[in-house]
Design a protein around this ligand. Structure first.
Ligand SMILES: NC(=O)c1ccc[n+]([C@@H]2O[C@H](COP(=O)([O-])OP(=O)(O)OC[C@H]3O[C@@H](n4cnc5c(N)ncnc54)[C@H](O)[C@@H]3O)[C@@H](O)[C@H]2O)c1
Ligand SMILES: [Zn+2]
Length: 342
């Protein structure tokens, strides 16, 4: 086990890597802890929950809404939860986003911690303090920024994570490599998904490195005025494709990253060889690099994207592999590239 402290303006979050779920007993008084998980994680990891009060949510993004929060609040009342209660979200990003939000509003805010159980949850969703729920088609429309007291990483949860969810999570890992860490990009090139799936040591080190990357970006810009926007690499076009084509998030972001590389070639001097390297790496991790999507529909959604400002769009581009920046692109230029280059 390795413990680290992540400092934010509001609090210090303790992170325990390569830890055992049973360690929860040392982090909070057992009788005050209420776990929140989803039905998949609960069914596949049943023995871990047997000793704890647990609220089990329906699984999936579809259920990441205010109803889930209401359900949690009802069950918290049944458990006689009070200001001393401690909520622990045990699940993927959907669970930790909802659990952090419910804990932040119940009795005006009680303590909470996270045990992320998906790759995406471990390297992305559980880090950075954003919690919330969707409202209809609007993702994460309602929420708060509040950090958990602790993050506990027990890699044995990954033994039951479906393969497609591993792939989904690796899209964010490749994203981190592209924007911040050329050495990690090279490491990913040397290894395969199977290597990481078969080695707790290797996946553990990779997760730790990615948590550090996300933490450093967030800590430099907790309230998203600058650097944090770099985490949107591949996500602007990715989200638009995710909406039109109903692809998994990781697949849409993968295609979005390829598109962002091509835009980087056209406006930022990023080399074509580097775009090819990014494509090869994504393919290696079973992520799509091209897709026959409805361009007009996707463009229309893009125009509604919040990153648009007047006749320009702020767009995350790569300077080189491992370094990104934000460029204001005139919509006319972006339109030209969008319809002619991919
Ligand atoms: N707060 C943030 O900063 C932030 C950042 C990125 C993403 N997110 C949010 O994260 C969510 C996506 O997270 P996700 O990809 O983890 O989705 P998810 O929570 O839906 O998990 C994916 C699937 O894997 C299952 N699962 C998770 N862990 C498992 C395990 N150990 N064994 C078996 N099954 C398991 C889940 O039940 C689910 O079916 C989105 O709602 C997104 O908005 C938040
Ligand atoms: Zn993402």
């Amino acid at each position: 086990m390795l413990s680290k402290k992540y400092r934010f303006s509001e609090k210090i979050a303790d992170a325990y890597f390569d830890a055992d779920f049973a360690m929860l007993e040392n982090l909070a008084k057992k009788e005050s802890v209420i776990l929140i998980t989803d039905e998949n994680v609960f069914a596949k990891q049943k023995e871990k929950f047997s000793a704890w009060k647990t609220i089990v949510l329906k699984a999936g993004e579809r259920f990441k809404n205010q109803n889930a929060v209401n359900e949690i609040i009802d069950q918290l009342i049944e458990f006689n939860a009070d200001r001393q209660s401690f909520i622990v979200g045990v699940g993927g990003g959907v669970v930790t986003d909802i659990a952090g939000f419910a804990a932040s509003v119940y009795m005006r805010g009680i303590k909470f911690g996270f045990v992320p159980t998906s790759i995406l949850g471990m390297v992305d969703a559980s880090v950075g303090g954003k919690n919330g729920v969707d409202v209809g088609v609007y993702k994460n429309l309602v929420g708060v920024i509040r950090h958990p007291d602790f993050l506990l990483f027990d890699y044995s949860f990954l033994e039951t994570l479906p393969n497609e969810e591993w792939i989904n999570g690796f899209a964010e890992i490749v994203k981190h490599a592209c924007i911040k860490d050329e050495n990690m990009f090279d490491l990913l090139k040397e290894k395969t998904l199977k290597d990481f799936q078969n080695s707790k040591h290797d996946i553990g080190k990779l997760i730790e490195r990615n948590v550090d990357i996300k933490y450093n970006v967030v800590a430099n810009d907790e309230f998203e005025t600058g650097d944090r926007k770099l985490l949107n690499f591949g996500h602007t076009i990715g989200h638009a494709i995710e909406n039109t084509a109903k692809l998994p998030h990781g697949s849409a972001v993968s295609i979005g990253m390829v598109a962002a590389c091509i835009i980087s070639e056209k406006i930022n001097g990023f080399s074509h060889e580097e775009t090819e390297k990014v494509k090869q790496l994504l393919s290696k991790y079973h992520l799509p690099v091209a897709f026959d999507f409805d361009k007009q529909k996707t463009w229309d959604i893009l125009l509604h994207d919040k990153k648009k400002s007047g006749s320009d769009m702020n767009f995350v581009v790569l300077d080189k592999i491992g370094k990104a920046s934000i460029k204001k692109i005139p919509l006319t230029d972006l339109h030209q590239i969008f319809f002619n280059c991919f």
